[in-house]
Design a protein around this ligand. Structure first.
Ligand SMILES: *[C@@H]1O[C@H](CO)[C@@H](O)[C@H](O)[C@H]1NC(C)=O
Ligand SMILES: *[C@@H]1O[C@H](CO)[C@@H](O)[C@H](O)[C@H]1NC(C)=O
Ligand SMILES: *[C@@H]1O[C@H](CO)[C@@H](O)[C@H](O)[C@H]1NC(C)=O
Ligand SMILES: *[C@@H]1O[C@H](CO)[C@@H](O)[C@H](O)[C@H]1NC(C)=O
Ligand SMILES: *[C@@H]1O[C@H](CO)[C@@H](O)[C@H](O)[C@H]1NC(C)=O
Ligand SMILES: *[C@@H]1O[C@H](CO)[C@@H](O)[C@H](O)[C@H]1NC(C)=O
Ligand SMILES: *[C@@H]1O[C@H](CO)[C@@H](O)[C@H](O)[C@H]1NC(C)=O
Ligand SMILES: *[C@@H]1O[C@H](CO)[C@@H](O)[C@H](O)[C@H]1NC(C)=O
Ligand SMILES: *[C@@H]1O[C@H](CO)[C@@H](O)[C@H](O)[C@H]1NC(C)=O
Length: 511
């Protein structure tokens, strides 16, 4: 009998590997500090559990958990003395920080929105700024955020009204200062590429915190204000809210797969005022026809329209920068056609430059560019590239394959090389070699990794593309001539060799 019971217990334990771990079974196996939902969790969530912190990745230890000291559990506090967290119908929080967590749809996490479960790869995006909520008139929520990314600092406006959401990204100058609008229909499940027949999700209702359950009182470390505060811990499903016992002011919120939010403003989400201008432009003009040149999944009047195909690159809906059959044909052609080939370096640069000059973008001699400009241009091209073309190159391990590294890797390589030249007796010459190498790389990306439509877009924006340099540093005439001697020379010249490999395909000589 004893043994039989034991066997049943064992079976229960085995069958229950993932039950009591939230509605999605907690696929990343986060511990009870990182995740402890109020429902579907066993054992039940206690004081100082599910507190979260600043997450950086999906692994359980990829998070800096906040500090928490239990003060009292729910049964030790008189319920009549409790004030529920206040989520008023109108307020503006001028100082707001968050780590947004959402499904990963693109390598930069530009198009990331919180989902209804934690499955799959997630993005963790830190941002800060202003949050405005108006449930009385506009019935909308708006965030004006600053987002530090690998491509530099991005300004983002996020607007949620009805079942629609608009994300307007403003890229920094070296991303051409372009605006991009992403139109989203928020529906049950992931907010990413959704199935429109799913139930729509509207901006959070005022007083939504009325439904929260009390967990207990804690001394909790609050990120971004770097203070330990005595707070009441409330939960609803996977959502946790911490508010001040005296007046219910919300200080911090955590949802293990939606994000961390800290309201630095002393008034939190208490009743406040709203600037009506914030909601005067719905849908945002950037999302309508004639607005931003990069509109993703938006129709002419600025509403979400389902994408025909999943394109992960940041291309505009209008321009539909997907590679065309002609682009693919070019990608699969391993040897350049005769008119693109030539017999010497100078001759070859001139031949290829002839084609560049007759293309859709304005051009400028490589020698007229400086390092910063080329660096920025490279980032812009990375953003505009068509990843499907790279897949073709990767498959045949073609010299044109380029994007196995992140943009940060590319930029680090160049920045480090440039740093080597500082104070070097041949600084001017070496900087010239680096500039020429960058021109080669940028031209190769431009020619072989952008679909024709993206090239035209770039052309319209007035961005200049460098021409190929005429001086060969590999032929023994330039700075890389003969036994060059210094380590710095060698590193820079070796990188140069890598970037001019295109010449070995476009040349009649180096084969
Ligand atoms: C609350 O704390 C008291 C004292 O530590 C303990 O006896 C009680 O079981 C706790 N209640 C819950 C629901 O954890
Ligand atoms: C919830 O809404 C009601 C009605 O508008 C209001 O009287 C009440 O104060 C609100 N509760 C909170 C906690 O803001
Ligand atoms: C999330 O939403 C999707 C689509 O609506 C649904 O299939 C899935 O079961 C949901 N996940 C959870 C944990 O509710
Ligand atoms: C969308 O969801 C509905 C209901 O869940 C389903 O019947 C339909 O097949 C889905 N459509 C697509 C394109 O996934
Ligand atoms: C709420 O109470 C705290 C003290 O616990 C106080 O510092 C804060 O100003 C109060 N906030 C409001 C909006 O009354
Ligand atoms: C855009 O989509 C919205 C919502 O589906 C629709 O009402 C509107 O007519 C569409 N506009 C155009 C120009 O198709
Ligand atoms: C390249 O060299 C060939 C033969 O030497 C010559 O016919 C052609 O005009 C040259 N091209 C350019 C652009 O100078
Ligand atoms: C690119 O990276 C993948 C995964 O790291 C690797 O398997 C592949 O061989 C790499 N391709 C090239 C061309 O380096
Ligand atoms: C490096 O600089 C020295 C002194 O200015 C000069 O003599 C030499 O030719 C330069 N070497 C190269 C490879 O440019």
């Amino acid at each position: 009998m004893k043994y039989a019971l034991f066997a049943i217990c064992l079976r229960l334990v085995q069958a229950c590997n993932n039950c009591g771990q939230g509605a999605d079974g907690n696929p990343h196996h986060w511990d009870r500090q990182r995740r402890c939902d109020h429902t579907d969790y066993h054992p039940k969530c206690q004081v100082c559990e599910g507190v979260g912190g600043i997450p950086t990745g999906d692994e359980n230890d990829e998070i800096t958990l906040t500090s928490c000291t239990p003060v009292a559990n729910a049964s030790q506090i008189d319920p009549a003395s409790l004030i529920k967290p206040v989520w008023a119908s109108e307020w503006t929080v001028l100082n707001y920080h968050e780590v947004l967590i959402g499904k990963k749809n693109d390598p930069f996490c530009f198009q990331t929105f919180p989902g209804n479960d934690s499955a799959g790869k997630l993005c963790y995006r830190y941002e800060y700024g202003v949050q405005t909520y108006d449930f009385r008139h506009a019935r909308a929520l708006r965030e004006d955020l600053v987002v530090p990314t690998v491509l530099g600092t991005l300004q983002t406006e996020l607007l949620h009204h009805g079942q629609y959401m608009w994300v307007v990204n403003h890229f920094p100058w070296y991303e051409l200062g372009i605006h991009q609008c992403i139109c989203v229909q928020v529906s049950g499940g992931s907010y990413g590429h959704q199935n429109t027949s799913k139930k729509a999700i509207y901006p959070v209702q005022k007083n939504w915190t009325d439904q929260m359950f009390y967990i207990g009182r804690e001394k909790l470390g609050v990120e971004y204000i770097d203070k330990v505060e005595l707070l009441d811990h409330w939960a609803f499903g996977p959502h946790h809210v911490w508010s001040r016992p005296a007046n219910g002011t919300i200080v911090r919120m955590w949802q293990p797969f939606n994000g961390l939010q800290v309201f630095v403003e002393p008034s939190g989400t208490n009743p406040g005022t709203v600037d009506p201008q914030k909601f005067a432009d719905i849908p945002p003009s950037y999302c309508k026809k004639g607005g931003s040149p990069f509109r993703i999944n938006c129709n002419d009047t600025g509403y979400y329209v389902a994408p025909k195909k999943d394109v992960s690159s940041t291309c505009s809906k209008d321009a539909n920068c997907e590679a065309t059959p002609a682009d693919f044909k070019r990608a699969r052609t391993r040897k350049p056609r005769d008119e693109y080939r030539a017999s010497s370096f100078v001759n070859m640069s001139m031949t290829l430059n002839k084609w560049l000059t007759s293309g859709s973008a304005p051009v400028k001699e490589c020698s007229e560019f400086d390092f910063e400009e080329l660096h920025g241009l490279e980032a812009a091209l990375y953003l505009l590239r068509d990843s499907q073309l790279d897949e073709v190159y990767q498959k045949v391990t073609d010299n044109r394959r380029a994007f196995n590294s992140t943009l940060a890797d590319f930029q680090k390589t160049w920045t480090e090389l440039q740093a080597l030249t500082v104070g070097h007796k041949n600084q001017t010459q070496l900087v010239g070699v680096i500039r020429d190498s960058l021109c080669h790389e940028v031209v190769m990306w431009y020619v072989h990794h952008l679909a024709e439509d993206a090239k035209q877009l770039l052309g319209q924006s007035g961005v200049q593309i460098p021409l190929l340099p005429y001086q060969s540093h590999r032929e023994g005439t330039g700075t890389c001539k003969g036994p060059v001697g210094s380590k710095t020379h060698e590193q820079i010249c070796q990188k140069h060799e890598e970037t001019v490999t295109c010449m070995s395909c476009h040349s009649d000589v180096y084969r």
